[in-house]
Design a protein around this ligand. Structure first.
Ligand SMILES: *[C@@H]1O[C@H](CO)[C@@H](O)[C@H](O)[C@H]1NC(C)=O
Ligand SMILES: *[C@@H]1O[C@H](CO)[C@@H](O)[C@H](O)[C@H]1NC(C)=O
Ligand SMILES: *[C@@H]1O[C@H](CO)[C@@H](O)[C@H](O)[C@H]1NC(C)=O
Ligand SMILES: *[C@@H]1O[C@H](CO)[C@@H](O)[C@H](O)[C@H]1NC(C)=O
Length: 717
């Protein structure tokens, strides 16, 4: 593959000669973190990127009106970088960095917080850099490169942030700026670590990183083009989350948190992650697209609780529950305006303040939050709420199970409907998926953007259908549906792969291997101290046996009516920093896949509850109860042990989902489900019936006999 990209406006030509190996699996790739910067590292000199500076005889610059347009957001940003009304200081910027996240470093911020999307058009994770004198680039995770290239105009160079052979932000900027230049950025929108790294590295290159909190916001608020105007912040008011779902009062949670604070020798904590705020106070809002969270910061000390929230976001019931009225005693909660957090924590009275550091998915406090606290007071560790929240109590476990039962009904309905329909496309299936979940009681919205991928698109683990990539679904390929729901009681995510024709032998082999991987995890018993990441080889063993691997983690924590992805655990052998063990009451997902570039993909995902087995061992219990596709299962590849697991799982679906389908009067769906959960005959039983002994080699003998018969047949022809 030979991609040639020309960066218009300036005389730099970047020629990328990528070796198309499909899924790239470099040990350096940081797929499990959402951070997009990459420290420079010493890598073997596999020179596949040729950067050609061409001061003499530049090629005729391609026409890129977008790069020189002064009225689009990029052009307006360039003017603002040189305008003291916007920079609010007597200094101009030679470069500007744009982060994708919000002030809580959410992975999927609200449309009104997507500043990178406003400036560049890129709606995913990434970091943008804009030069005042022309040139703009955005760094995106490896799996997003293709989509970003198709979405962004010629004004933007798209760079693979996971590829150590590509220039990182520092290299790219410093190669283009004279020493002593100034780089602006909003420290509210990136983590402490990323900010410190960028600041230090820019300094090495003679450049200064300057915190400029409102430049892009100001531009966006003044945007003249109605299509690009900043969406309104949602007015939806946050509500109490019932004790029947939460299982513990917020005062109980507050006590537990204060106890943890004492253990970490801090007098106060700044809670910045929105799922932690929602968990702590038993409130649910609508301020993120895929989770029911309230946009607020919280400061908890041993004596006080203070919530920084935009005006009008707390219902009367929430205010009542949090005892915000007549706040003249120590047990009440003080409410402040959201924007006051930065100035108030500058003069925080406590002497040691816990500032959440980054976990694997959670990115911790922003640089602006951390740097507002006087340096001597900062204690930077993982928020103790991460652990408290991950271990679900009885009510939460019950809620998760209930949400999964409803979700199973919705997904059975969807899959049986799709099977009877033809001429659908990826995007119509996405819409149908969301609509079908909408029929379930207690459903609030999707827990992720639904992803449907057909044929070669399914071979890209991070694929998301766009108008230009949207494929029609035929009967000769695998279809992967990855989706999830937020319900009153809990959060679900599930992935299934189906096929509407006759699958090929390779497709069945891939599917069965991925299924064996799920079975391996589900059947595992582990000692309670084992780091969750160390389970990964067991889950991947069936794939490794076939010399296959997938570039994403096998699994991660799942929140209860909170975020679908949460710390502290990650199941991923390619990282060695997160060694948190599992605990009873954790919910995790397990989502192996087989990706055959340019051909097909198979992915299956279940949520598992971590349960206690005897003698200090832990095991798993499937929360997801959705049939697999029998025609994609090659029974001859399954061991007796795996068949028993599959039969047990199918039996649970019949017993648990069956009555729910009947109760909702979904008779057709019920029969569809029964047909997909027919028990497989055990090889030993089959042998008994044909009079074979229970010799474990009997199966092998049978195979050899079959081969011999075939050979004889071929020879006799
Ligand atoms: C504050 O709460 C604690 C524990 O719930 C209680 O013992 C104490 O009396 C309360 N103080 C006031 C002023 O209500
Ligand atoms: C995709 O197509 C639909 C219908 O044709 C249209 O409404 C939508 O705006 C398009 N989206 C993009 C990003 O072009
Ligand atoms: C699948 O079927 C469609 C429609 O008949 C056809 O266009 C496509 O090339 C087929 N794909 C493969 C991989 O055979
Ligand atoms: C049951 O499944 C088989 C194949 O697995 C299929 O041929 C048959 O049509 C299905 N029956 C019903 C009623 O869906």
């Amino acid at each position: 593959m030979n991609i040639e990209l020309s960066l218009c406006g300036i005389t730099v030509r970047v020629v990328l000669i990528a070796v198309c190996r499909g899924v790239r699996l470099t040990p350096q790739s940081q797929q499990t973190t959402t951070s997009t910067f990459r420290p420079a590292m010493s890598t073997p000199p596999v020179l596949l990127t040729i950067l050609q500076e061409q001061p003499t005889q530049p090629p005729a610059p391609p026409v890129c009106a977008d790069a020189t347009d002064v009225t689009n957001p990029l052009g307006r940003l360039r003017s603002a970088m040189k305008n003291s009304i916007y920079t609010q200081m007597n200094t101009f910027f030679d470069a500007f960095l744009i982060f994708y996240s919000d002030e809580h470093l959410s992975e999927e911020p609200l449309p009104s917080e997507r500043r990178l999307q406003y400036i560049s058009g890129w709606d995913g994770v990434g970091t943008g850099a804009v030069l005042a004198d022309g040139g703009a680039a955005v760094w995106v995770p490896a799996g997003d490169v293709r989509r970003a290239r198709s979405m962004l105009t010629c004004a933007w160079l798209v760079i693979d942030a996971d590829d150590p052979r590509q220039p990182n932000i520092i290299e790219w900027i410093s190669e283009r700026l004279a020493r002593s230049g100034r780089v602006g950025a909003d420290a509210r929108l990136t983590s402490v670590n990323e900010w410190q790294y960028l600041s230090k590295e820019l300094q090495h290159a003679g450049l200064q990183l300057v915190h400029t909190p409102t430049l892009v916001d100001q531009l966006w608020n003044e945007e003249p083009d109605p299509e690009l105007r900043r969406p309104d912040f949602p007015k939806t008011v946050a509500k109490n989350y019932g004790l029947e779902f939460a299982g513990a009062t917020w005062r109980e949670k507050l006590n537990a948190l204060r106890h943890e604070l004492r253990n970490s020798e801090a007098d106060a904590i700044i809670v910045t992650a929105l799922d932690e705020v929602a968990w702590l106070f038993n409130v649910r809002g609508r301020d993120l697209p895929y989770a029911r969270l309230l946009k607020a910061f919280v400061v908890v000390s041993q004596r006080e609780v203070r919530i920084y929230v935009p005006p009008g976001k707390l219902s009367v019931h929430v205010r009542d529950a949090l005892a915000v009225f007549n706040c003249n005693h120590e047990n009440c909660t003080r409410i402040s305006d959201y924007a006051n957090i930065y100035s108030e924590i500058r003069r925080i009275p406590e002497s040691k303040v816990l500032i959440p550091s980054a976990g694997t998915f959670q990115r911790g406090a922003s640089a602006a939050i951390a740097q507002s606290v006087p340096p001597a007071k900062r204690v930077q560790v993982l928020s103790p709420i991460v652990y408290l929240k991950a271990q679900k109590n009885e009510a939460e476990v019950k809620g998760m199970k209930k949400a999964h039962l409803r979700d199973a009904v919705a997904m059975c309905t969807l899959l049986s409907y799709l099977e009877s329909k033809s001429a659908q496309s990826e995007m119509t299936v996405e819409r149908t998926t969301d609509l079908t979940r909408g029929s379930q009681a207690g459903y609030i919205g999707p827990s992720m953007q639904t992803r449907v991928a057909y044929g070669p698109n399914a071979a890209e683990p991070d694929y998301r259908a766009t108008n230009s990539s949207n494929r029609k679904i035929f009967k000769n390929g695998t279809l992967v549906i990855q989706s999830g729901g937020q319900y009153d009681e809990g959060t679900t995510i599930v992935t299934r792969t189906v096929h509407y024709g006759t699958p090929s032998r390779d497709e069945r082999k891939a599917y069965t291997t991925v299924l064996r991987s799920l079975a391996a995890m589900a059947m595992l018993r582990i000692p309670f101290l084992l780091p969750a990441a160390h389970i990964d080889p067991v889950a991947r063993a069936p794939l490794w046996e076939a010399k296959q691997d997938y570039p994403h983690p096998t699994g991660h924590g799942v929140g209860a009516a909170l975020a679908r992805k949460e710390d502290p655990v990650v199941i991923d052998y390619r990282q060695d920093t997160n060694l948190h063990p599992l605990k009873e009451g954790y919910f995790i997902n397990a989502e192996p896949g087989w990706y055959e570039p340019g051909k097909y993909g198979v992915r299956l995902g279940n949520i598992l509850e971590v349960v206690s087995r005897s003698n200090g061992y832990l095991g798993f219990h499937e929360a997801t109860l959705l049939p697999f596709e029998p025609k994609l299962i090659d029974k001859s590849m399954l061991t007796e042990y795996e068949i028993k697991w599959l039969n047990g799982y199918n039996d649970r679906i019949r017993k648990e989902v069956g009555p729910e389908l009947k109760q909702q009067e979904l008779t057709d769906v019920y029969y569809w489900m029964m047909n997909k959960t027919v028990p497989l005959e055990l090889p030993s039983k089959a042998k008994k019936m044909t009079g074979n002994s229970a010799d474990p080699r009997g199966h092998m003998t049978g195979v050899l006999l079959a081969v011999a018969v075939t050979v004889m047949h071929v020879l006799s022809n």
